[in-house]
Ligand binder design. Structure first.
Ligand code: PEP
Ligand code: MG
Length: 572
């Protein structure tokens, strides 16, 4: 099977299907509460039977620890006090069993969440598991038990939300395959940042696999092999070995600078989505953080993080980076990153809608809270601020005005923050690229967001698998726009980086470098590969390549030309 390889590497393991989470439960008024209680009790009995089967299987396989977890679930299902409350609600409010179960569980979860004891706090997850199991039975959704719990699991799902990752135990997950998604959907970005191979856009794979199937995925080529033959297994094991050897060689570049064969220096920074990613940046020789997607602190929770919480997190990141620059991008939600607690009505075109800086400018308090936290953290390291999705000068000025107002506020409160914080903007909307020379007079740096710049320039939704073949960083328009942005920046003596996924494309990195881009910000796992590419390229030679590219009329020609030019990178 074939999909889009979005995070390189080879995974050889076993399938674990990620079922879709239980859908939204509706409140319904019922006439006969007796019948509803009977439904609930039958569902409890069925779930006990399911759990018995799981426990038995685990015991047969000597997986005693896991069996104990399900024993605890069984006890919860048998808890008459808890289910008594559910029954009371059905009886008094004449509501359906699913609804009552949800309301009562939610109340308990809130209580559990406040426990000091970590073990007790963790029991929330068990409660959710039980609720989901019984709800599925009530709704007639077939429950498939994952019987492939091994240490080498490849998650196969229809789709994965960024918040799904937050809940996973990544120590046992060696790969991801999804039906939906594209190279720059956030699922792919997460997989790359965890350094786990991933293939997305594999049609109908979810229905074709069973838990426990042997699977091989090649995150570079986008290949997925189910139940491979011995010969296939051998081929991929060798490929995996070769990759590992190349990666070991790259380690020697960890503490070296990035410098082309003809002596031009560059910065290779990293993209992160939270403090948990910082160790990987340093371990891979990142010279800074070129894009901190702060929105991840806002996802997978029920309410906004407070100023204090944000401050603590931002401070920890700059401190850990010990004076190396960290570019904090202000909240970039909307599009495919939903915040359930920010009530945005559904839109026909979310990527063209209420997103990123537009949301922040319309929600002053939200924006100002983040800016306050950032300013306060600035004292502890080398912090820069960047605004996403700027499309007009008015927007940039409005954002800067908020920053100025917040600075004044802090001064008044005698709260210290760094002087001369660099303020930059993402150039990811074609309109901004076209008037880059105007923006360059009012910011300290540009960071080109190719993920969005491609989508907006070519009018191709970055997450739409059906048109993924039209989404390409090799489009001739892109090279022209990037050159334009770089020239505008340098005319005003400001630096310019690229933080979109294209920066991590080893075929393109030397081209961007020769175009004059000062910094490439990539996922941690790509830092050394990109450094190796630049160290082995000559800008003078690449300038000739650029002249050729600019003559080529199609993405296809450009891509084929660059592939041919650089066969050595097949190694990585
Ligand atoms: C981009 O658009 O290129 C970018 C880096 O931002 P994001 O992928 O978070 O939209
Ligand atoms: Mg973007």
């Amino acid at each position: 099977m074939k999909g889009i390889g979005v995070s390189s590497g080879i995974a050889i393991g076993y399938v674990l299907k990620k079922e879709e989470t239980v859908q939204k439960i509706e409140r319904k008024t019922i006439e006969h509460s007796g019948a509803e209680m009977k439904r609930l009790n039958e569902a409890r009995q069925t779930s006990t039977a399911q759990l018995d089967q799981i426990i038995q299987k685990m015991q047969q396989e000597n997986r005693d620890e896991e069996a104990q977890i399900f024993e605890a679930h069984k006890m919860l299902v048998g808890d008459d006090i808890f289910f008594g409350e559910v029954e009371q609600m059905i009886l008094k409010e004449k509501v359906n069993a699913e609804w009552a179960l949800q309301v009562i569980t939610d109340a308990y979860i809130k209580q559990f969440a406040s426990f000091e004891d970590e073990y007790l706090r963790e029991r929330q997850a068990d409660l959710v598991d039980i609720r989901n199991r019984i709800t599925k039975i009530l709704l007639g959704i077939e429950e498939k038990e994952p019987d492939a719990v091994s240490d080498e699991m490849v998650i196969v799902a229809k789709d994965l939300a960024p918040s799904d990752f937050a809940k996973m135990d990544l120590s046992k997950i060696i790969g991801f395959v999804t039906e939906k998604g594209s190279k720059t959907s956030h699922v792919s970005i997460m997989a790359r940042s965890y350094g786990v191979p991933a293939v997305v856009g594999v049609e109908a794979i979810f229905t074709k696999v069973k838990n426990g199937d042997a699977i091989i995925i090649d995150g570079e080529a986008g290949t997925v092999l189910l139940n491979p033959t011995a010969a296939e297994l051998d081929t991929y094991q060798r490929k995996q070995q070769k990759l590992q050897e190349f990666n070991t060689r790259l380690q020697a570049l960890k503490d070296r600078e990035t410098c082309s064969l003809d002596g031009k220096k560059f910065t290779i920074a990293a993209n992160i989505s939270g403090p948990q990613d910082v160790d990987a940046v340093l371990a891979n020789g990142g010279e800074g953080i070129g894009l901190y997607r702060t929105e991840f602190l806002f996802l997978d929770r029920d309410s906004f993080p407070s100023e204090e919480e944000q401050f603590t997190v931002y401070k920890s990141v700059v401190e850990k980076m010990k004076g190396k620059p960290v570019v904090f991008r202000t909240l970039d939600v909307g599009g495919d990153k939903e915040l359930p607690y920010l009530d945005i009505p559904p839109e026909d075109n979310p990527f063209l809608g209420f997103r990123a800086i537009r949301i922040c400018l319309a929600n002053q308090e939200l924006f100002r809270t983040q800016l306050r936290a950032l300013l306060r953290a600035s004292k502890y390291g080398n912090l820069k601020i960047m605004f996403p999705m700027i499309s007009s000068l008015e927007e940039l000025r409005a954002a800067k005005a908020q920053l100025k107002a917040v600075s004044a506020e802090l001064e008044k409160e005698n709260i210290d923050f760094a002087e001369d914080i660099e303020v930059g903007m993402m150039v990811e909307v074609p309109a901004a690229a076209m008037i880059a020379e105007i923006f360059a007079k009012e910011v300290d740096f540009f960071s080109i967001g190719t993920n969005d710049l491609i989508q907006y320039t070519t009018a191709v939704d970055r997450g739409n698998q059906r048109i993924a073949h039209l989404y390409t960083e090799y489009h001739p328009a892109l090279f022209r726009l990037i050159q334009r942005i770089v020239d505008a920046a340098h005319q005003e003596d400001i630096w310019v980086g690229i933080c979109g996924e294209a920066a991590a494309n080893p075929r393109l990195a030397p081209i961007y470098a020769a175009m004059g881009v000062d910094e490439l910000s990539v996922d941690s796992k790509s830092i050394l590969k990109i450094r190796w590419m630049l160290n082995n390229s000559s800008c003078l030679e690449m300038e000739k390549v650029i002249a050729q590219i600019m003559e080529m009329p199609t993405a296809e020609e450009i891509e084929a030309y660059l592939h041919k030019l650089n066969e050595r990178i097949e190694l990585g």
